[in-house]
Design a protein around this ligand. Structure first.
Ligand SMILES: [Zn+2]
Length: 273
């Protein structure tokens, strides 16, 4: 790689999709240069496509790299294809989900090095929030396009009903922490300038939450609803379903580890634990 390959100057292009599930909406990231590349597709809002074209300054977008196939990241793929027919669509495949966005998806493998902009990115498989979740790593600047792995000021939702997996998510956080990132570009919220601190805080928070769930089980709570009532104080009604799913993600992780078992809807600590 020559000196030019060290340059990384991503342009944020807002997806113009604010809403209850996305907050202020999603960021997509444009890398201009030899291989014009967009990270994430947005949701197909015309305002997003217009901003993207302006940011391209007359260049032709070569490829879109997808962090994962959740709606707010992927559903804009068909609209992008309509406006830019030669565009390549690349992601780690999740066939039953990818079929929702009918474009020709090309597979990205874990560890694959991809030319993007004037440089190269490495795909890092980081499942947990979604089974197909990829981060894109720029070694020279220790920068990571982190998708929904992390966001400043909040924790990440693990949707167990959509193949979310807390155990995998924690392993993904450890994997990214081991890279020693200096900066992370998320899909929601501001650029993360102290990612190591944030990742450590995330891991600590999840450990504490797990201890609370184990503690609740040991005090005779046996289902997610009563566990939520014990460990989340002053929970807004609208956040109750998310808290419920978060506790369920914890219980499933503990079950896989043999620390918890269930009998129908009744959860309990495994004997001898
Ligand atoms: Zn997501």
């Amino acid at each position: 790689m020559n000196h030019e390959s060290r340059i990384l100057d991503p342009v944020p292009v807002h997806a113009a999709n604010p809403g209850p599930m996305t907050g202020a909406g999603n960021w997509t990231w444009l890398l201009r240069g030899r291989v014009p590349t967009l990270i994430d597709a947005g949701t197909g809002e015309p305002a997003h496509l217009d901003s993207l074209e302006r940011a391209l300054e007359g260049a032709t977008l070569d490829q879109m790299l997808l962090t994962h196939a959740h709606t707010d990241h992927a559903s804009g793929a068909p609209a992008l294809r309509q406006r830019m027919p030669a565009l390549r669509f690349r992601k780690m495949l999740w066939p039953e989900r990818d079929a929702k966005w009918p474009v020709p998806w090309d597979a990205i493998a874990d560890g694959e090095v991809i030319e993007a902009g004037d440089t190269f990115l490495r795909a890092i498989h980081t499942p947990g929030h979604a089974p197909d979740h990829l981060c894109f790593w720029h070694e020279e600047t220790r920068s990571l396009f982190c998708g929904d792995l992390a966001l400043a000021g909040s924790s990440v939702w693990i949707p167990v009903s959509l193949q979310g997996d807390l155990g995998q998510y924690l392993a993904s956080l450890e994997r990214v922490l081991a890279l020693g990132p200096a900066r992370m570009y998320p899909a929601h919220g501001p650029i993360i300038e102290e990612p190591v601190m944030l990742l450590r805080r995330y891991l600590q928070h999840r450990r504490e939450r797990e201890e609370q769930v184990v503690d609740a089980l040991s005090h005779g709570d046996h289902d997610p609803t009563t566990i939520v009532a014990r460990i989340y104080e002053d929970l807004r009604e609208s956040l109750r379903p998310l808290a419920h799913e978060s506790v369920l993600a914890n219980l499933i992780k503990l079950e896989r580890e043999g620390r918890v078992s269930r009998d129908g809807e009744r959860w309990m600590l495994s004997p001898g634990r």
